[in-house]
Design a protein around this ligand. Structure first.
Ligand SMILES: *Cc1c(COP(=O)(O)O)cnc(C)c1O
Length: 401
């Protein structure tokens, strides 16, 4: 029991190495790249036995996720979708899932193709209207009701009045789960605003470098939060969707710079949004959506909810050109932006959500407008991004200047 087992029979003395490691004091969290942990005896267990159930590197990550969101417990998953599926896994026949409209396409697909056939009543609520949520919550007299929303919505960037919806949900016994991928815990802490649980695609801002696919569920110390945590913890082990040790380490490394990356990208997003906004009407830019713009309908409310009322409005900008073909030409003319799904990367990207991230929305009529262009602003100098957009608009015949 004292040696590392190897297939060739050659083994190192475990106790000597463990003693040396215990004194080593690494400044980076070690990657505990092991599937199994030796037991102390046939019946004696320590904290870890098998990495699907628990791994020290993942445990450090989960503690850090809970701290960032101000939650009681956190669970790391192999993707955002695995996290969302786990957070909703406890819903069964007769339960109600209220989904905000304009959600991430994969979430809609999961609800409609996996949960609905299981007997969960999936209902879509106009996300930006608090009254619609109140009415839906009052109507949904079911065993379990979950209100699932994004703030801002994606890609139309509508603002949901989370505290008001959470209050209505609490009154009717419903559980509120917020997908906080877009703003990240640096800018928004939904648990402090009344949500019971938060989910993340950590692939986006938390990872930040486009090099790891990961997800997280963080739960509050509320009745709803406790219910979600109990099931999520079980599902993570039962289904084997937990994040691997190396990916946990990548995510931990990315999260160390979350604040500086987002401060910079948030400023860049505001600069680009203002620049585009000044061009509305002059050429063929018909509308610019960014919650940091003063004329955005949810701007004032979001300002009250975010941790940084100067630049904490996200890194996403959406705009329309009036014609799908014009938008396609524009997307193909940019050089500093990568044409890519996803967002939250240090490198800026550009996409046509209707054909990319939201093509998985089963109902074509519920997809975003076909001329909608979405920008994800990274940490490049904003002047360079603006210069690139200027040449691309001219090349696509959109500038009008
Ligand atoms: C990307 C994304 C997801 C899905 O996450 P994956 O890591 O791709 O599985 C869920 N919600 C939102 C808002 C997203 O942007």
């Amino acid at each position: 029991m004292q040696d590392f087992p190897t297939a060739t029979g050659v083994s190192a003395k475990r106790a000597a190495h463990v003693a040396r490691w215990a004194q080593a004091r690494p400044t980076s969290v070690p990657i505990m790249q092991t599937a199994t942990f030796a037991q102390t005896s046939a019946t004696g267990f320590d904290a870890y036995d098998y990495s699907r159930s628990g791994n020290p590197t993942r445990a450090v990550l989960e503690e850090e996720l809970a701290r960032l969101e101000g939650g009681a417990r956190a669970f790391a998953f192999a993707s955002g979708m695995a996290a969302i599926a786990a957070a909703l896994a406890w819903l069964g026949a007769g339960d109600v899932l209220l989904l905000g409209d304009d959600l991430y396409g994969g979430t809609v697909r999961y609800a409609e193709r996996v949960l609905a056939p299981r007997g969960v009543a999936v209902q879509v609520v106009r996300a930006a209207t608090t009254q619609a949520w109140r009415a839906a919550l009052e109507r949904a007299a079911a065993r379990h009701v979950v209100a699932f929303l994004e703030l801002p919505t994606n890609p139309l960037l509508r603002i949901v009045d989370l505290p008001a919806i959470a209050q209505a949900a609490r009154a009717s016994g419903a559980t509120v789960i917020v997908d906080n991928t877009a703003l990240s815990p640096h800018w928004l802490n939904p648990l402090a605003l009344g949500a019971d649980a938060v989910v993340h695609s950590a692939t986006k801002h938390l990872g930040g470098h486009g090099d790891v696919t990961a997800g997280a569920v963080v739960t509050a110390d509320t009745e709803g939060g406790g219910r979600v945590a109990e099931h999520v913890g079980f599902v993570q082990n039962a289904e084997g969707t937990a994040l691997a040790p190396f990916d946990s380490w990548l995510l931990l490394r990315g999260m160390q710079t979350l604040g500086v990356r987002l401060d910079r990208a948030g400023e860049g997003a505001l600069a680009v949004a203002h620049w585009l906004h000044e061009r509305v009407g002059a050429g063929a830019i018909t509308r610019v959506l960014h919650p940091g713009l003063a004329d955005h309908p949810g701007h004032a409310r979001l300002r009250e909810l975010v941790n940084d009322p100067v630049r904490g409005f996200g890194t996403l900008i959406a705009f329309t050109t009036g014609a799908a073909e014009r938008s396609r030409r524009l997307v193909e003319a940019v050089q500093r932006f990568t044409i890519a799904v996803s967002f939250g990367n240090v490198a800026s990207s550009i996409s046509l959500p209707c054909y990319m991230s939201h093509a998985s929305v089963p109902d074509a009529a519920a997809r975003p407008p076909s001329d909608l262009v979405r920008l994800s602003i990274g940490i490049e100098p904003s002047a360079e991004l603006i210069a690139d957009l200027e040449q691309a608009l001219a090349a696509a015949g959109v500038s009008g200047s």
